[in-house]
Design a protein around this ligand. Structure first.
Ligand code: HEM
Length: 379
């Protein structure tokens, strides 16, 4: 619980940081009438608050209980006495932040918009709900204690009052990825190990190639940043739970117990897509998730996956409102689009999942001490 990740860094924390166990993610819209000055002051206030929160300190100069008796406390207090719990706060900018509305360039950012920061295309099978997608800004708060993650989003949204408000948010309770070789691979709600073939922090060349926006990729303000894709993927686990183990393993192309490729070996053995069984059929089916998502099928494209399980109560039919809140970080949104297009068209898993929420954000590089997140955007 005492893990602290430094806030002021070259890249924002919460990307290659070993994935924590808990998530509170929120997308915000700027208030109608908010100005460029409001946006800048909000980012400055969020930066100062994020630096305090991630260090395990209260918000403000007085915190939860040290302030004047006749004023509301600066910090809401529910994390008072809790350790920092590895909290990271990662801020991103949505396409709408850069859009002109009714001919008005709200924040004077229209010319700073990266060409790639546009809404993701509609994928076959998408059943997106507007209320679960988009947003001018986002904050990903990850921690090993749910109270710490929720406290962060609560206080950051409180700070935004009058300038921005939450558009949608998502809690996640169990990481579905490893982003470091130091971590054991966790499981998603289908019961499979998830994160085996993920990009890991210990592969700096791979991270540079596939995760960080490079100089010359687009506007300079985003160099050292990344693109965040969020997809709320509903899983029909009741149907899944009635399918045979054989079908479940065929869907993914890996064993359920060990997570080994169906072509043989152990968890971290490279899948051999050419290998066939007695009948001549490929051991890893053509429609399996792992084959379709593998870099070999996608022009070498890789993603850093950092998603979470969710169960938000139940629906009217008594089914769990469960799924995977997919988050990936990539140097270019087209990396996600390439893989997702292949999955949307052919993945056997589609019978058991439904994409209901979608958002794309440009995540600026880390803030320098004395500066604030996204400062280069306003320089
Ligand atoms: C691999 C589950 C959605 C991209 C895997 C694996 C599992 C899995 C069990 C194998 C273990 C591993 O290497 O991590 C799921 C579930 C999903 C989901 C349950 C949704 C409910 C997605 C989406 C994308 C994606 C939306 C991207 C568009 C990948 C990639 C791999 C992978 C790139 C690694 C493939 C490889 O190189 O072997 N996923 N996944 N997944 N998944 Fe997913």
């Amino acid at each position: 619980g005492s893990t602290v990740y430094p806030f002021y860094q070259e890249h924002q924390a919460g990307i290659v940081t070993p994935a924590q166990d808990r998530l509170h993610f929120a997308a915000f819209d700027l208030a109608p009438g908010a100005t460029r000055a409001d946006l800048i002051s909000l980012l400055q206030d969020w930066t100062a608050a994020a630096a305090a929160l991630t260090a395990g300190r209260d918000i403000g100069s007085y915190g939860a209980v040290g302030g004047p008796y006749d004023a509301p406390p600066e910090d809401t207090g529910e994390a008072f006495g809790l350790p920092p719990a590895g909290l990271t706060i990662t801020v991103g900018f949505g396409p709408t932040l850069f859009e002109t509305s009714a001919g008005l360039d709200r924040f004077g950012l229209a010319s700073a918009r990266p060409d790639a920061l546009v809404d993701l295309p509609h994928f076959p099978g998408d059943q997106l709900e507007a209320a679960r997608g988009g947003g001018d800004l986002c904050i990903q708060a990850c921690a090993d204690d749910p109270q710490v993650a929720v406290h962060a989003i609560r206080n950051l949204s409180r700070i935004a009052f009058g300038r921005a408000a939450i558009r949608w948010s998502q809690l996640g309770f169990g990481r579905t990825s490893s982003t470091s070789t130091s971590q054991a691979t966790p499981r998603n709600l289908f019961g499979f190990k998830d994160g085996t073939a993920n990009v890991k922090a210990e592969q700096p060349a791979v991270v540079d190639e596939h995760v960080w926006v490079g100089a010359g990729d687009g506007p300079a303000w985003l160099t050292g940043g990344s693109y965040l894709v969020a997809r709320r993927i509903r899983m029909t686990i009741e149907t899944w739970d009635r399918t045979a183990l054989r079908e479940q393993e065929t869907v993914f192309g890996r064993t359920k117990g060990e997570g080994a490729p169906l072509s043989g070996g152990t968890e971290f053995t490279e899948p051999d897509f050419a290998s066939t069984g007695n009948t001549g059929a490929p051991l890893i089916a053509a429609t399996s998730h792992v084959r379709l998502a593998h870099p070999a099928q996608n022009n070498g494209v890789q993603l850093l996956r950092r998603g979470y399980n969710f169960v938000d109560g139940n629906d009217d039919l008594g089914r769990l409102e469960a799924g995977l809140f997919f988050i990936s970080y990539q140097r270019r949104p087209s990396q996600f689009t390439t893989v997702q297009l292949a999955l949307a068209r052919h993945d056997a898993m589609n019978e058991y999942v439904r994409h209901v929420g979608s958002a794309l954000f440009a995540v600026p590089p880390g803030a320098a001490r004395g500066s604030y997140l996204g400062a280069a955007l306003f320089a």
